[in-house]
Design a protein around this ligand. Structure first.
Ligand SMILES: Nc1ncnc2c1ncn2[C@@H]1O[C@H](COP(=O)(O)OP(=O)(O)OP(=O)(O)O)[C@@H](O)[C@H]1O
Ligand SMILES: [Mg+2]
Length: 289
């Protein structure tokens, strides 16, 4: 049983066991290979090279964070792994098989909330398990588990429009996890959350990752978040985006928020900051002229 930190308005943060018994994903699945990928949009004067000649290999069960300035191609790259965007050149391989479209083996948490507006929270989260034909536990039981995990049990019957942005994002996370994916693709998933909820979600994500052995590719603007979560931090250049640094995070696990006070944590953080600062200024200039 996995213990998850849950929020309770009166009692504060509590640790509760909520995960149903599920088989662990075999640690030999979830290998992502981004092989010399370039992605362009538009033609003629509108042509834009968003991602340029990028190659990355991510081992099964690895937690990799991507940092980069706004507009450098992070979402585009993640969308290529998810199968929503087709590379103009190169290919993405998952466990040796070319990605040709989306699939339940890759759960995606989008940068913008992307729930079905006509479905309730419970129906949104149960949708994936229902499509996959899950019978035991039922799609509703799976949904309830993950809704509980993100602290929204009281809102299970509400519609997305009745939730705040941060709450909708938490439903998006529950929905992605409900398929028990091999790979979890997260595009700034906690960006809209208040800092307290964000820290709880980060710790819960690490617990889920540790328990299920999923591969996580996590885009963020927050250097602290990237170093706290990742085994590696990849830094992307200003547009056209390519990987300019691959920084290993050799900090012990399980990680506690206090690790942010550790000297090694600060050293890695400084390294990330140095690499990203110049690129962010370059991106700003590009977008302003
Ligand atoms: N469907 C599309 N059609 C045309 N251009 C696109 C499309 N999607 C992305 N782009 C362009 O590709 C570039 C990279 O966009 P992307 O969304 O990947 O950036 P990002 O790094 O995720 O930025 P942010 O940090 O602001 O989310 C941008 O210049 C964007 O305008
Ligand atoms: Mg983005």
């Amino acid at each position: 049983m996995l213990n998850i930190i849950k929020f309770n308005a009166t009692a504060g943060a509590q640790t509760v066991p909520v995960m149903p018994k599920q088989p662990r994903v075999k640690p030999d699945t979830g290998n992502i290979k981004i092989d010399n990928v370039s992605i362009s949009f538009g033609r003629g004067e509108q042509h834009h090279l968003a991602v340029s000649e990028t190659s990355i290999e991510i081992k099964p069960g690895e937690f990799v964070c991507i940092l980069g300035p706004s507009g450098c191609g992070k979402s585009t790259l993640l969308n290529a792994v998810a199968g929503y965007v087709k590379p103009t050149r190169g290919q993405v391989l998952l466990d040796g098989k070319a990605v040709t479209g989306p699939g339940p083996d890759r759960g995606m948490v989008f940068q913008q909330y992307s729930l079905f507006p006509w479905k309730t929270v419970r129906e949104n989260v149960a949708f994936g398990p229902r499509i996959l034909g899950r019978a035991s536990p039922t799609p509703e039981a799976i949904a309830d588990t993950f809704i509980d995990m993100v602290g929204l049990t009281k809102f299970a019957k509400r519609y997305p429009a009745e939730l705040s942005g941060g709450m909708q994002q938490r439903v998006g996370i529950a929905r992605a996890l409900a398929n028990y994916p091999t790979v979890l693709l997260m595009d700034e998933p906690f960006g809209a959350l208040d800092s307290q909820t964000r820290h709880v979600m980060q710790e819960n994500l690490l617990k889920i990752w540790g328990e299920f052995g999923i591969t996580v590719l996590f885009v963020t603007h927050d250097i602290d978040e990237a170093v706290f979560l990742g085994d590696r931090v990849l830094v992307m250049s200003a547009s056209p985006g390519k990987i300019i640094a691959d920084i290993p995070v050799r900090l012990p696990r399980p990680r506690d928020p206090d690790i942010a006070l550790d000297e090694d944590f600060m050293r890695i953080k400084r390294l990330c900051h140095e690499r990203i600062k110049q690129e962010s200024m370059r991106a700003f200039d590009q977008q302003n002229t």
